[in-house]
Design a protein around this ligand. Structure first.
Ligand SMILES: NC(=O)c1ccc[n+]([C@@H]2O[C@H](COP(=O)([O-])OP(=O)(O)OC[C@H]3O[C@@H](n4cnc5c(N)ncnc54)[C@H](O)[C@@H]3O)[C@@H](O)[C@H]2O)c1
Length: 258
């Protein structure tokens, strides 16, 4: 049955907020591609978003940790992966100050394990897309920045994402593991309680998750390997205004912490 598919795509973190949208798009748009989701179902996963694709013949779910090098090597050596979208990460800024070592483990070690397995696989992937974040530019997001702006992470989450970017680039420089890095804008995380952190910039650009997914697919098809691409929009809105509107729309609790 696997022979029927003409591309095999591995999505790590495919059960998360962005990953689940990416997986659903890939499964629906490309019935001729096999989509494998590797995710350890951490507390933040969004399983309901994947219900519509669970029974599809071109979708496979593997529950596992990206830091588990035996498992990851096994996946690369048995599944003939052509494309990797690496999204699995610890991604909550506030938590990264409380438990920085788990961010280091998943975001840095996990990326290294994947790169090593991709590089050593008998069937080497054509493209490794590492999904990064604009957080690597630091807190001063009121300034205009581009792909060449200095990387100045200002929290452990951003520091681990930046470290992983450098790992990805080093595997490209050394072994020509073909990689592309979209850095995209942070979207509002919808927790039960909506908290505005005092350190955030006053206003930010926001992006629909479906536009982020379209951008990743564009990067896959048109991206030049070894390059970094900023993905953003011109939709800038004050954070307070956005939060108030969302709170009004969905009836969440509102909590301002300075
Ligand atoms: N959401 C945003 O606003 C945003 C903005 C910029 C960049 N990003 C990046 O995009 C990616 C996806 O973000 P998201 O918002 O969907 O995150 P998320 O927290 O919703 O999802 C992360 C997923 O990774 C999985 N995961 C965590 N640790 C794992 C491990 N050790 N092994 C396997 N799977 C593991 C989780 O179970 C979860 O399903 C992340 O790399 C993040 O840094 C997100």
């Amino acid at each position: 049955q696997r022979m029927d598919f003409n591309r095999t795509v591995l999505v790590t973190g495919g059960s998360g907020f962005i990953g689940s949208h990416l997986v659903c798009s890939l499964v629906n748009r490309h019935p001729d591609w096999r989509i494998i989701n590797l995710d350890n179902l951490d507390y933040c996963c969004s399983l309901r978003s994947l219900e519509s694709v669970e029974d599809r013949s071109n979708y496979t779910f593997i529950r596992g940790d990206v830091c588990n090098s035996r498992l990851v090597k096994h996946v690369f050596n048995t599944e003939n992966i052509d494309v990797v979208f690496h999204l699995a990460a610890k991604s909550h800024v506030e938590l990264s100050f409380e438990a920085p070592s788990s961010f280091q483990r998943v975001n840095v070690d996990g990326t290294r394990v994947l790169l090593g397995a991709a590089h050593q696989a008998r069937h080497r992937p054509q493209v490794f897309v590492y999904v990064s974040t604009d957080e690597v530019y630091g807190a001063g997001l009121d300034q205009v920045f581009d792909e060449n702006s200095p990387v100045r992470p200002s929290n452990p989450y951003a520091a681990t994402k930046a470290a992983a970017e450098y790992l990805v680039r080093s595997y490209w420089d050394q072994y020509k593991v073909s990689s592309v890095i979209p850095r995209f804008l942070t979207l509002l995380q919808m927790n039960k309680k909506c908290t505005i952190q005092g350190t955030l910039p006053k206003s930010r650009h926001f992006l629909f998750v479906s536009d982020a997914v379209d951008a990743f697919l564009l990067v896959l098809e048109k991206g030049i390997v070894g390059e970094i691409y900023n993905v953003g929009s011109s939709c800038e809105i004050p954070i307070m205004q956005l939060a108030r509107e969302l709170v009004r729309m969905v009836g969440l609790a509102f909590n301002v912490r300075q």
